[in-house]
Design a protein around this ligand. Structure first.
Ligand SMILES: Cc1ncc(COP(=O)(O)O)c(C=O)c1O
Length: 336
């Protein structure tokens, strides 16, 4: 899955990196993302894993993107786009087993199943079926097992027309339920360094977030800091200003809560985070200089601030932290 600009890391670079693993295809969320992959020279299958607006079908089919369908109208739209563009329309049928946001209801196969194959014209191909687990990262395996059973029950009732490619697993499910792997898995967050639940091996670090120290100030007692003056020095302190703020996607909620590493040592973020600046208290630390790189996510020497630790502190999930970084943050790729 490389949607949302490759989980914020930069879709084209992510794809270039993953291509050496020879994936069957790439998963995106919008037609525009799929077209971007085609413009980047991707020739393998690209599946658009969300319902899309009616006017997106023609450009998608014209560029050989595979659509996912959640209702019979969408099946007809793929077929019509295929006829209009002269390209083969490909689609995967989403079967909703509890996620609720999209997909055909697994309990109502009798209502939509028989019509489905009829609505696909000879110009379009029903390539596969999939479902999406809502709780594969949780310790309780009950919901995921139940969804798997519902999925299979629907598939049995669809035979023999259902496409040949069956898939269900996101990263958490691929790691925790390998027997549900079927024909393909759709890993996302684990590839980008996010944990997929307790009891599963943690991922390797994939990305670091760093910012330069742009200013160091020695301040006396009672110096206030930041909007709302939510921090005030309790004695002589040394503060380092970092060139990163919420305008870069670094969560504002980490003010007076998060940390930064400098030379492998952890220092607290003090005061509110501004749009462009974040301040850390480096009192007592020797050797920090303007121009040094502070690490806000990732390892630095013996120190580490994990992506999931930052997400927890910010009251969110790793996905939102990664996809929240804005265009102002340069993505620098290091190949080893
Ligand atoms: C349909 C679908 N499959 C797979 C994934 C990948 O999920 P994850 O990043 O949890 O591995 C997503 C992401 O939300 C998705 O929407």
């Amino acid at each position: 899955m490389v949607k949302a600009d490759g989980y914020g890391l930069g879709m084209e670079d992510v794809v270039r990196t993953l291509e050496s693993e020879a994936p069957w295809g790439f998963g995106v969320a919008t037609v525009e993302e799929g077209l971007r992959l085609r413009r980047a020279g991707v020739t393998i299958p690209v599946i658009v894993f969300s319902p899309v607006s009616p006017d997106s079908y023609d450009p998608a089919v014209a560029q050989d993107l595979t659509l996912t369908v959640s209702d019979l109208d969408s099946v007809e739209r793929v077929a019509a786009a295929a006829t209009r563009t002269g390209h083969i329309g490909r689609f995967h049928v989403e079967i909703d087993t509890g996620m609720g946001r999209s997909g055909f209801d697994w309990r109502r196969v009798a209502e939509w199943g028989p019509d489905l194959a009829d609505r696909a014209s000879p110009a379009s191909i029903w390539e596969g079926c999939y479902t999406h687990f809502h709780s594969a990262d949780l310790e309780d395996d009950g919901p995921t097992r139940a969804q798997w059973e519902s999925f299979n029950s629907a598939l049995k009732r669809l035979a023999p027309e259902k496409g040949s490619l069956i898939h269900s697993c996101n990263a958490a499910a691929a790691m925790r339920y390998p027997t549900f792997a079927a024909d393909a898995v759709r890993p996302g967050i684990f590839l980008y360094g996010g944990c997929v639940g307790k009891g599963v091996a943690p991922p390797e670090e994939a990305a670091r977030v760093r910012a330069r120290v742009t200013l160091i100030r020695d301040v006396p007692e009672s110096t206030t800091l930041g909007y709302g003056a939510t921090y005030c020095s309790s004695g002589n302190e040394r503060w380092a200003t970092l060139g990163i703020g919420y305008g870069d996607g670094f969560p504002r909620v980490l003010g007076n809560r998060g940390n930064a590493l400098l030379a492998g040592q952890k220092f607290p973020i003090i005061g509110r985070i501004s749009m462009d600046m974040t301040v850390v208290d480096i009192t007592g630390a020797g050797g920090v200089e303007v121009g040094d790189a502070a690490t806000l996510i990732g390892t630095d020497g013996d120190g580490v601030i994990t992506l999931d630790e930052v997400a927890d502190l910010a009251g969110t999930i790793s996905y939102e932290i990664l996809t929240g970084f804005t265009a102002r943050m340069p993505r620098i790729w290091i190949t080893e």
